[in-house]
Design a protein around this ligand. Structure first.
Ligand SMILES: [Zn+2]
Length: 50
């Protein structure tokens, strides 16, 4: 399941977010609450399912 930030960034669990310590294969639900959009810094809560 992919999630999109209002800024247009899409979190793809297959890719993770290696630049921020999130390994590929990490589901959005399993991201730490401290994780934020790597593009605009938005909170997890603003992301919506794609
Ligand atoms: Zn964003």
């Amino acid at each position: 399941m992919k999630y999109e930030c209002p800024c247009g960034y899409v979190y793809d669990p297959a890719q993770g977010d290696p630049d921020n310590g999130v390994a590929p294969g990490t589901a959005f639900e399993d991201l730490p609450d401290s994780w934020e959009c790597p593009v605009c810094g938005a909170d997890k809560s603003v992301f919506e399912k794609v």
